[in-house]
Each structure stands twice: as structure tokens, then as C-alpha cells.
Design a protein around this ligand. Sequence first.
Ligand code: SF4
Ligand code: SF4
Length: 360
Amino acid sequence: MSSKVLFTSCKYTKYDPDETLPRKFVRLIDAMNMGPTVKGKLVAIKMHVGRNIGYTTIHPMFVKILVDKLKEYGADVYLTDQTVEGAANRGYTREYFDAPIVDACGVTGKYFYPVDVNFRTLKNVDIAGNIKDADVLIDLSHVKGHGSCGYGGACKNIAMGCVTDRTRSQIHNLEGGLVWDKNKCVHCGLCVTNCNHTANSFDEDGNYTIDYHACTFCQHCSKTCPTHAITMDAARFNDFQEGMALCTSTVLKNFKPGHIFYINFLMNITAVCDCWGMSTAPIVPDIGIMASQDMVAIERACVDAIKVEDFIPSGAPSGQELGTEGHLLYRLHGRDPFVQINLLEKYGMGSQNYEIEEIK
Ligand code: SF4
Ligand code: SF4
């Protein structure tokens, strides 16, 4: 049996407010039938409120529509993110929403519930207190590319945003992919000067270091190295994604069946994640909004909707050459976005077998 993914498109046939996304979003929320589940319940909306001068997170108008709808259904609503510092810069304010906006782990970052896991460097999934305490979770995500996992959506919103710095760091420590052979390096510096992303450097001891958050795996460094001192280790790409899937499943196990709703915004789909604190042009035209109660189904539907033939070159850094094979996000970042989805399925988070129901 396939999982249902509701979809409302940003396409329109005439200049009519009813055909625009805010009105369509209201109809999408109605179709989600959240009322009976959220009535009288404490409902957390987990979203990424962005950082610094980023302006392409979910527009506050849509968040306000969601908050008002949940209140109409009788829910006690609050918004939360890993840190809500600077949220007001993008219009996410308590005054506008008439709902609290709180740090997921409290103002001290010390309010969490630790769970032991054992996957390489990932040993502790510290579940944010203000996530675990909710009866119902709305995973409200902005879809975009991601340097470490190709795609960032509902899973990334949970794995990186509902835990402590300790857990995030343990997941980031799973990253990898470039291997440097000290014995072959002649310290010519070509790898650093040919990196367009300021992602590599040599530390004071002369060891090659990579900032995997910035690295796009373009392989300029490995390709320009005259001694072949830098090579790719493809297997380690998957560890980061498995850490994300494991973390997500550990956090979400705390909710009763049917008490999590996923809403993904496929608008302003930028090359990299909102946590960069900046915004670039979109890599594809706006698509619309999806909603589901199956994380795997909605993530798969979103990745499927981002098509290579719709690529807008101004969304990628000038001069960056895309790969020639696979999904657009794979060509952009060298990370297969389907790996994350396969792993989410392995961890029992849902099914890739989905059917779209369009809400007009
Ligand atoms: S793969 Fe590309 S982005 Fe990453 S360190 Fe090498 S040159 Fe920089
Ligand atoms: S390009 Fe190769 S040899 Fe030159 S500094 Fe970088 S790793 Fe070393």
C-alpha cells in the first residue's frame, strides 16, 4: 500500500488570490485532518528559523496560517528550533504568531533527554526537552540542497535541529569522503587555491583539514593534486546520512503513532542549507508545498519533484561544473539524496511507495 502525500502547486491559471499558495496552504492544512489529533494537545512546530542574513526560509505568513489553524483546532501551540536567536530578523516573532518561540534545548542548551546509541562516532542522541515534551510534532521544513547529504528536508530538520550540540557534533564527525596521504603531499598548495568553497586548509602542523560543511565534493582539490595525495572515500558519505536517519528515528520514537505531521515547502530551493546564514538564487523554480504523515514518502516525493531539467544555473556558483549523471542534487554536491531516504526506510520511518493527492 502506498502512503499519501498531499501536494499543492504554486502553478496557477488566473490572477486570483484563491489560486495562490497562502490560500492553497489553508486548504492543504484542512486536508491533513489534524483537528482530532491536536485538539487539547501541546503541539510543537519544529522549523529552521534561519541564521544571519539568510532570507529564504519559510515565509512567516505561512507559519502564521499554520499556527492559527492549529489554534482553531484547539491546540496549545509553540514554535521551536535548535536556536531561535535572530528569528525576529526574519519576522518570526511571538507577537506576530501569538505563540511562544523557544530554543529546543532551553535557553541554557541543557534541557534534553539522553538516549545511548552506538553507530561509530554517534553515541548519544540527546533529545531536546522542548521536542520530547510535546504531544504532537509538526515537522515544518524548507526543502533545499545540502553539502553533506545532498538533500535537506524533514529528516535534516529533526536530526540536526531537535538535539544538543553534542549530538550534532557526533553526527558531523561521521562526515568524510576525502582522504589525504601525508606521505605523498609535497605542500604545493594547489588543492587550497583550487578550492572555490574555502573548505580546505593546512593546519599549523601541516596536516590537511577539510570543513565538510562547506565542501561540495567538487574534487577540484583531488583533481589538481600533482601527486595524487587526495583521493575520494565514497563509503564514508553514507555514514553521515545513516547518523541522520538513526538520530531522526530515535527522536521520533517518542511520539505516539499518528502524532507527527510533515510539511515540506518546495520554494526558494537553494543549493545549500539555511544554517549557512545566507541565501542564494534558487536551483529550480518554486514547486509548491507537500504534506504527509509518512516521512519517507514525503522526502522521496520532494526529491523526485526536483528535476535536473529544471535546473537554473544562477542557483549554483559561477563556474561550478555539475556532474553529468544522476539526480540534480547529486550532480551539485556529489551526494546521492536517495541514500538518506533508503536509510530512513531501513530505520522504519516509512515507505518510498507514495501517491500524490493534489489539493487545488
Ligand atoms: S572537494 Fe572541492 S570543495 Fe571540497 S575541499 Fe576539495 S576543492 Fe574544496
Ligand atoms: S595539491 Fe596535493 S601535493 Fe599539493 S598541497 Fe595539496 S595535497 Fe599536497
